[in-house]
Design a protein around this ligand. Sequence first.
Ligand SMILES: [Zn+2]
Length: 164
Amino acid sequence: MTQIMLSLDIESLEIISQGIDNQGNIILEVRSKKSHSTCHKCGKPATKRHGTAPKVKIRHLPILDTPVYLVIEPIRYQCEHCDDHPTTTEQYDWCDRRSTITKGLEKYLMRSLIHSTVQDVSRKEGVGAPSSCLDKKLEKRLSSIFRHNSGLKKQYHQMSQKLF
Ligand SMILES: [Zn+2]
Protein backbone atom coordinates (compact mmCIF):
# COMPACT_ATOMS: atom_id res chain seq x y z
CA MET A 1 0.00 0.00 0.00
CA THR A 2 1.25 3.45 -0.89
CA GLN A 3 1.84 5.63 2.12
CA ILE A 4 0.23 9.02 1.90
CA MET A 5 1.74 11.56 4.21
CA LEU A 6 -1.20 13.08 6.00
CA SER A 7 -1.31 16.67 7.04
CA LEU A 8 -2.77 17.52 10.42
CA ASP A 9 -3.23 21.23 10.06
CA ILE A 10 -1.76 21.56 13.53
CA GLU A 11 1.50 23.47 13.40
CA SER A 12 2.79 22.39 16.80
CA LEU A 13 2.57 18.66 16.13
CA GLU A 14 4.57 16.21 14.14
CA ILE A 15 3.49 12.74 13.13
CA ILE A 16 5.68 9.91 14.39
CA SER A 17 3.74 7.06 12.84
CA GLN A 18 0.46 6.37 11.12
CA GLY A 19 -1.68 3.26 10.92
CA ILE A 20 -5.18 1.82 10.83
CA ASP A 21 -6.70 0.10 13.87
CA ASN A 22 -8.93 -2.97 13.68
CA GLN A 23 -12.04 -0.80 13.47
CA GLY A 24 -10.72 0.95 10.40
CA ASN A 25 -9.88 4.20 12.18
CA ILE A 26 -6.81 6.16 11.17
CA ILE A 27 -4.43 6.31 14.12
CA LEU A 28 -1.72 8.94 14.05
CA GLU A 29 0.95 8.89 16.69
CA VAL A 30 2.08 12.43 17.24
CA ARG A 31 4.37 14.48 19.39
CA SER A 32 4.52 18.12 20.27
CA LYS A 33 7.26 20.25 18.73
CA LYS A 34 7.22 22.43 21.81
CA SER A 35 9.90 21.86 24.39
CA HIS A 36 8.43 23.35 27.52
CA SER A 37 5.28 23.76 29.53
CA THR A 38 4.06 26.46 31.89
CA CYS A 39 4.59 25.72 35.56
CA HIS A 40 1.20 25.35 37.23
CA LYS A 41 2.60 26.92 40.39
CA CYS A 42 4.59 29.99 39.34
CA GLY A 43 3.52 30.37 35.72
CA LYS A 44 7.10 30.48 34.42
CA PRO A 45 8.31 28.14 31.69
CA ALA A 46 9.12 24.65 32.92
CA THR A 47 11.78 23.31 30.60
CA LYS A 48 13.35 20.26 32.20
CA ARG A 49 11.84 17.03 30.89
CA HIS A 50 10.66 14.78 33.67
CA GLY A 51 9.03 11.62 32.37
CA THR A 52 5.72 11.29 30.61
CA ALA A 53 2.03 11.03 31.41
CA PRO A 54 -0.10 8.11 30.17
CA LYS A 55 -0.87 8.20 26.46
CA VAL A 56 -4.08 9.91 25.43
CA LYS A 57 -6.22 9.36 22.37
CA ILE A 58 -7.87 12.43 20.92
CA ARG A 59 -10.24 12.47 18.03
CA HIS A 60 -9.43 14.79 15.14
CA LEU A 61 -11.05 15.76 11.84
CA PRO A 62 -12.01 12.81 9.65
CA ILE A 63 -10.06 12.11 6.48
CA LEU A 64 -12.05 10.73 3.52
CA ASP A 65 -14.93 10.02 5.88
CA THR A 66 -12.68 7.90 8.10
CA PRO A 67 -12.40 8.72 11.81
CA VAL A 68 -8.97 10.00 12.80
CA TYR A 69 -7.45 9.67 16.25
CA LEU A 70 -4.28 11.31 17.49
CA VAL A 71 -2.31 9.38 20.07
CA ILE A 72 0.11 11.38 22.14
CA GLU A 73 2.23 10.69 25.18
CA PRO A 74 2.22 13.99 27.09
CA ILE A 75 5.59 15.06 28.40
CA ARG A 76 6.00 16.23 31.96
CA TYR A 77 8.24 19.19 32.63
CA GLN A 78 9.87 20.17 35.87
CA CYS A 79 10.04 23.78 37.01
CA GLU A 80 13.47 24.97 38.02
CA HIS A 81 12.18 28.29 39.33
CA CYS A 82 10.18 26.76 42.17
CA ASP A 83 12.09 25.35 45.16
CA ASP A 84 10.23 22.04 45.23
CA HIS A 85 10.55 21.55 41.44
CA PRO A 86 6.92 20.71 40.72
CA THR A 87 6.14 18.96 37.45
CA THR A 88 3.54 20.10 34.93
CA THR A 89 2.22 18.01 32.09
CA GLU A 90 2.41 19.75 28.73
CA GLN A 91 -0.69 21.50 27.50
CA TYR A 92 -1.77 21.96 23.93
CA ASP A 93 -3.09 24.83 21.86
CA TRP A 94 -5.01 22.40 19.67
CA CYS A 95 -6.97 20.68 22.39
CA ASP A 96 -8.55 21.84 25.63
CA ARG A 97 -7.41 20.26 28.84
CA ARG A 98 -9.15 16.92 29.36
CA SER A 99 -11.04 17.19 26.10
CA THR A 100 -11.25 14.06 23.97
CA ILE A 101 -11.61 15.96 20.70
CA THR A 102 -9.36 18.54 19.04
CA LYS A 103 -10.39 22.17 18.63
CA GLY A 104 -10.41 21.56 14.87
CA LEU A 105 -13.01 18.83 15.26
CA GLU A 106 -14.98 20.98 17.67
CA LYS A 107 -15.18 23.73 15.05
CA TYR A 108 -16.16 21.25 12.39
CA LEU A 109 -18.94 19.85 14.57
CA MET A 110 -20.19 23.33 15.26
CA ARG A 111 -20.30 24.15 11.58
CA SER A 112 -22.29 20.97 11.04
CA LEU A 113 -24.65 22.07 13.80
CA ILE A 114 -25.77 25.19 12.00
CA HIS A 115 -28.19 23.25 9.86
CA SER A 116 -28.96 20.32 12.12
CA THR A 117 -29.29 19.32 15.75
CA VAL A 118 -26.75 18.05 18.25
CA GLN A 119 -28.37 14.63 17.98
CA ASP A 120 -28.08 14.58 14.19
CA VAL A 121 -24.47 15.63 14.27
CA SER A 122 -23.44 13.22 16.98
CA ARG A 123 -25.15 10.36 15.23
CA LYS A 124 -23.62 11.22 11.88
CA GLU A 125 -20.14 11.77 13.22
CA GLY A 126 -20.30 9.00 15.79
CA VAL A 127 -19.41 11.33 18.63
CA GLY A 128 -20.74 10.04 21.91
CA ALA A 129 -22.60 11.52 24.83
CA PRO A 130 -24.55 14.17 22.94
CA SER A 131 -26.66 15.05 25.93
CA SER A 132 -23.92 15.59 28.47
CA CYS A 133 -20.45 17.04 28.06
CA LEU A 134 -20.61 17.75 24.36
CA ASP A 135 -23.79 19.77 24.77
CA LYS A 136 -22.40 21.89 27.52
CA LYS A 137 -19.17 22.50 25.72
CA LEU A 138 -20.85 23.30 22.47
CA GLU A 139 -23.29 25.59 24.14
CA LYS A 140 -20.48 27.55 25.74
CA ARG A 141 -18.45 27.77 22.56
CA LEU A 142 -21.38 28.56 20.36
CA SER A 143 -22.61 31.32 22.59
CA SER A 144 -19.21 33.01 22.52
CA ILE A 145 -18.97 32.73 18.74
CA PHE A 146 -22.46 33.98 18.15
CA ARG A 147 -22.04 36.79 20.63
CA HIS A 148 -19.45 38.28 18.30
CA ASN A 149 -21.55 37.89 15.21
CA SER A 150 -24.82 39.75 15.40
CA GLY A 151 -26.10 38.36 12.11
CA LEU A 152 -26.06 34.88 13.54
CA LYS A 153 -27.49 35.85 16.88
CA LYS A 154 -31.10 35.27 15.98
CA GLN A 155 -30.30 31.95 14.40
CA TYR A 156 -28.37 30.89 17.47
CA HIS A 157 -31.17 31.93 19.77
CA GLN A 158 -33.65 29.80 17.86
CA MET A 159 -31.25 26.91 17.76
CA SER A 160 -30.40 27.09 21.43
CA GLN A 161 -34.07 27.07 22.36
CA LYS A 162 -34.41 23.89 20.39
CA LEU A 163 -31.22 22.22 21.54
CA PHE A 164 -30.30 23.05 25.09
ZN1 LIG B 1 7.39 27.02 39.01
